[in-house]
Structures are given as structure tokens and as C-alpha cells.
Design a protein around this ligand. Structure first.
Ligand code: GDP
Length: 530
């Protein structure tokens, strides 16, 4: 990855990123502060408040309130420092990793938030691995420095060892816990002091002429100053310095220390994003690489969210613009169906509100309301037949059969299930023999989420039950071979919501045997969604 100096200024100033973290590390708080500095909200605390208002209004995801987990992803845009930030929210709970994987295909960089007392936690590591698969540049924010946290070197070492990435301190914390007073900005030789009295105030910044500057003594107590000088000297000797190229290639992460709740360190992190990038990157397609500066508009759907407003049974397809300058009302080609589509009411998500998007540039995320035509992985272009690659669909790890408690509602249930399948919330398989459906998810909690949504959004009480199957594999190969195989194994065959053939089993051994006996067939655990 590299920044491309030849980008048109409107594209070059875009920063599209996600925040990855383990639950409770402070992602929501950090997001709030981003929006605060981005001028998108007046007061911190509104992200949650607005989120809740929206949920009660639409009854959307009661589960989310009950469990205090974030299930739905959204995108938010705001301006900072002459840059347009597009922040794509990743669902935080480990049960929703597939959604998260797909979200990460729509961004150019990620911010990894870790808790200064806990270091690298399980979910951080999983998400980090996904970023690594895509060589995404990562900025690290070590949060909660106002609490007792680990030794700074220890934190950095843990990240380096655990995640096998170089860590360059962009700032260095002064004091810990109650004694934490701020950071020394290692990139700009400044002293950043935390304002403990007002959590939403932008903290003081003092220009310092190196660590021997007598000005330091006026702000930092003697014993902390001594330690700071020692540590910074050691850090400069032992740790890699910031190198933009390594960062853009995903080999090195700059780390800022701060306290999101005290608004401390957030502005420096944001400046880091605007200054070091990356700008929107080229996207891969089956036939060629799509460069953001190309004149023709292209984009791909990475998420579909249904029933954001139950009054209008609408869905919103979240589209990452891959190239060009989109203007409202443009007629684009929906590549999968080859049909023209007038995009007349696209929305931009400004903070928690939707707003009509008059225009969008490569890198932006827009929402397109539709009635189900747009699916995850779909491409929109000005006519070119493109297939964007890299959006995976995973084989579910848990299967259950589902039925409506009221048999009269079976038909409605099918409709609801299909919609969730298109949204990517679950896999739905229709067995070749018998009636009913088998639903597959990656985490057990998703069954509860689905049951709750089917009841809330469609008024159909349902029951999930154990299925005789535990694994699903997509079957591909020459048509005659696939047909013969399917006919001989009818009891195991099903179709997913796209009509693609799936083999269901409860034995890994079965899958191994088929792969051995039928070398022409491929049994795959993932299917590209496009
Ligand atoms: P998320 O689950 O990652 O979105 O985390 P939240 O932003 O909801 O934060 C989890 C908890 O940590 C909340 O109670 C926050 O108030 C608290 N928190 C967030 N940032 C800080 C911080 O800088 N210092 C302290 N002491 N607490 C924080």
C-alpha cells in the first residue's frame, strides 16, 4: 500500500477506516470523541443516546439493549483537519465475526484500541489477523491511561510479540493512573497535558525544544520528568522510529497513549490519520485493479441492513465507492442483474442521522435504500462488467433447524429467513428433501438474535432446534459430476439462498472421504459473495 500523490484532492483527503477492539476497551467512547472533534455532535454522550433513541423508535435489535452488545454496523462521516473521515463501525462481539470481516473489506485502515491495563485481548487479536490478511495499515490507541496500567515498554513488547508487528511510539505517557498527567509527543516534540477537570475539553499543548528544554520542569513534576527522560531515551534506542512506508505496508503500527473518556490523545490520533493516511486505495476485481482516481464510478456492497425503519420495509445497502465521482441521480449498472439502477436517494451517515448524499467520491460509504435487489458483494458501475473480489462468505460453524411455532406462518418465515440470508446475518439452507429450513451461524448467540428479530420485525414466533447436521460445504465442479453426486446424496443436499448447492453433514470424516473419492469436486468452506 502506498499513498498515491496523483489522486484528485477530493479523493486524496478521504480517510476510510474502522476501529477494532475487544469489548470494553473504549471503542464507543473513542468514536464519540471523534465525532465531537469532527463537529458532528455538540456533546459527547450522544452516540449512545442517539443510538438508543433510534433503536427504541424502530424496535431495532432489542437484543442489543438487553445484552449491551453492538450487533449492527453503521458508517459515519465527518470532517477533521481538512480531511473527510469515513468511520465504519465494526460489530464488537465475537459472535459476529463474519460481518466484521466484511466490514474490513470496505476500509483502508484500522485503529486498534487496547486497554492499557489488559493489553492485547482475544478479540483484538482475531480482528488484527483479518487486517493483516489485507495488509491494512493499523494505528494503535492505548486507552484508559488515567487508570493503573501496565508499564509502557511492557505494553509495546506485548503487541510486538503477540501480533508480530513493529510498534513505534508516537507519544509517550507521563505517569500512570492517578499520576498520569499527559504525554510527550514523540513525533512533534510537544507536551500534551490532560485536563482532568473537563472531560470534553481539548487539552493543552506545549511546544517543547527537546527533553532538556527547561520549560518541561514547569509542567512535569521532578520525579516524573526524570523517568520520562530515561524512558524516551531508551525508547529511541530500542524501539523502531515511525516510518510511514512501513506503516502503509502494514509492518509497523504507531501507538498513541491516551484516555478516550478524558478526550486525551484523541486529537493527536486523528491528526495521525489525516497526516499519514492512507488515502483511498485501489480495489481488486476478478479482471483488473480499480484505481480510485478512475473517472468512471464503481462501488461494491459490503453490507446490507434490513428494517432500519420498519415503517418502510426497506433495506439499506452499504456501498464502498471504489472509483470516480458519484452524483445523486446517476444511473448505474447493477452488474449481477445487468439492470440499470437510478440511484436517486443515496444516504450519507452523518453522525447518527441519515442525510441525502448529493455526491460521493472514491473512498466514501453511501447507503442505498432498496427493496432487496442489492446484495452483499454486488457491484455497481457505469456499465463495465466487474466482479470485486475478496468479500468472503464463511461456512457456518453451527447449524440448527428452525420452525414457526404457528405452522400457518411457514411461508412468512421463509421470506424472513431469505431476507436475513441476503443481509448476511445467517446462512439459510433449504434441504433437498423435506420441508423446513436449516440455519447456519458462526456464533451461538446469533440464533437468539435471529429469533428475536424474526419475532420483532415479522411477528413470527419461532423455535430453533438441534439439527442432525453440523457442517456445511459448498459443492462445485463440472455440472454432470455435481449432478451425479447430488442425486446419490439427496439426504445431505440443500441449497443456499442464492440457489447454490451445499452438502450438509455431521462428520468431518465424510468431507475428507468425498474429497478423496471425488477429485473433480470441490467442497469449500467459504464462497466468494460475488
Ligand atoms: P467498547 O465496548 O469498546 O465500545 O467500550 P466503551 O467505550 O463502551 O467503554 C467501556 C467502559 O470503559 C465504559 O464504562 C467507559 O466509560 C470506560 N472508558 C472508556 N474510555 C476510558 C478511559 O479513557 N478511562 C477510563 N477510566 N474509562 C474509560
Amino acid at each position: 500500500m502506498s499513498n498515491r500523490p496523483e489522486l484528485p484532492p477530493e479523493i486524496a483527503r478521504r480517510r476510510t477506516f474502522a476501529i477494532i477492539s475487544h469489548p470494553d476497551a473504549g471503542k464507543t467512547t473513542l468514536t464519540e470523541k471523534f465525532l465531537l472533534y469532527g463537529g458532528a455532535i455538540q456533546m459527547a454522550g450522544q452516540v449512545r443516546a442517539k443510538g438508543e433513541a433510534r433503536r427504541t423508535r424502530s424496535d431495532f435489535m432489542k437484543m442489543e439493549q438487553d445484552r449491551g452488545i453492538s450487533v449492527s454496523a453503521s458508517a459515519m462521516s465527518f470532517d477533521f483537519d481538512g480531511h473527510r473521515f469515513n468511520l465504519v463501525d465494526t460489530p464488537g462481539h465475537s459472535d459476529f465475526s463474519e460481518d466484521t470481516y466484511r466490514t474490513l473489506t470496505a476500509v483502508d485502515a484500522a485503529i486498534m484500541v487496547i486497554d492499557g491495563a489488559k493489553g492485547v485481548e482475544s478479540q483484538t487479536r482475531k480482528l488484527f489477523e483479518v487486517c493483516r490478511l489485507r495488509d491494512l495499515p493499523i494505528l494503535t490507541f492505548c486507552n484508559k491511561m488515567d487508570r493503573e496500567s501496565r508499564d509502557t515498554f511492557e505494553i509495546i513488547d506485548e503487541i510486538q510479540e503477540n501480533l508480530a508487528i513493529d510498534v513505534a511510539p508516537a507519544s509517550w505517557p507521563i505517569g500512570v493512573g492517578r499520576e498520569f498527567i499527559g504525554c510527550y509527543d514523540m513525533l512533534n516534540d510537544r507536551l500534551e497535558l490532560m485536563d482532568r477537570a473537563d472531560r470534553n475539553r481539548v487539552a493543552e499543548s506545549v511546544k517543547i525544544d527537546g527533553l532538556d528544554d527547561p520549560k518541561l520542569a514547569g509542567h512535569v513534576p521532578e520525579h516524573l520528568l526524570e523517568k520520562l527522560r530515561e524512558e524516551v531515551e531508551m525508547a529511541r534506542e530500542l524501539l523502531p522510529g515511525f516510518n510511514r512506508q512501513s506503516f502503509l505496508e502494514g509492518h509497523l503500527t504507531p501507538i498513541w497513549f491516551g484516555s478516550a473518556i478524558n478526550s486525551f490523545g484523541v486529537r493527536e490520533l486523528m491528526k495521525g490519520i489525516s497526516e499519514y493516511g492512507p488515502a483511498p486505495q485501489p480495489q481488486n476485481s476478478a479482471s483488473r485493479e480499480i484505481a480510485p482516481e478512475e473517472k468512471a464510478v464503481t462501488g461494491f456492497v459490503f453490507k446490507v441492513q434490513a428494517n432500519m425503519d420498519p415503517k418502510h420495509r426497506d433495506r439499506v445497502a452499504f456501498v464502498r465507492m471504489a472509483s470516480g465521482h458519484f452524483q445523486r441521480g446517476m444511473k448505474l449498472t447493477h452488474v449481477r442483474t445487468k439492470k440499470p439502477m437510478a440511484v436517486s436517494n443515496p444516504v450519507l451517515f452523518l453522525a447518527a442521522d441519515r442525510e441525502l448524499a448529493e455526491e460521493a467520491w472514491a473512498g466514501d460509504i453511501i447507503g442505498i435504500p432498496n427493496h432487496g435487489q442489492l446484495r452483499i458483494g454486488d457491484a455497481l458501475t457505469e456499465g463495465e462488467v466487474l466482479r470485486f473480489t475478496g468479500i468472503p462468505s464463511f461456512a457456518p460453524e453451527l447449524l440448527q433447524s428452525v420452525r414457526a411455532t404457528d405452522p400457518m406462518k411457514a411461508k412468512h418465515l421463509e421470506k424472513a429467513l431469505m431476507q436475513f440470508a441476503e443481509e448476511g446475518a445467517a446462512k439459510v439452507f433449504k434441504p433437498a428433501i423435506g420441508s423446513g429450513f436449516i440455519v447456519g451461524v458462526v456464533g451461538a448467540l446469533q440464533f437468539e438474535v435471529l429469533a428475536s428479530r424474526i419475532e420483532l420485525e415479522y411477528g413470527i414466533p419461532v423455535r430453533f432446534e438441534g439439527s442432525q447436521f453440523t457442517s456445511a460445504r459448498w459443492v462445485q465442479g463440472p455440472k454432470d459430476k455435481v449432478d451425479t453426486f447430488a442425486n446419490a446424496n439427496k439426504g445431505h443436499m440443500a441449497h443456499d439462498h442464492d440457489g447454490d448447492l451445499v452438502y450438509l453433514t455431521r462428520l468431518q470424516w465424510d468431507i475428507d472421504r468425498i474429497e478423496r473419492d471425488h477429485p473433480d469436486l470441490q467442497l469449500t468452506a467459504t464462497k466468494e459473495m460475488m
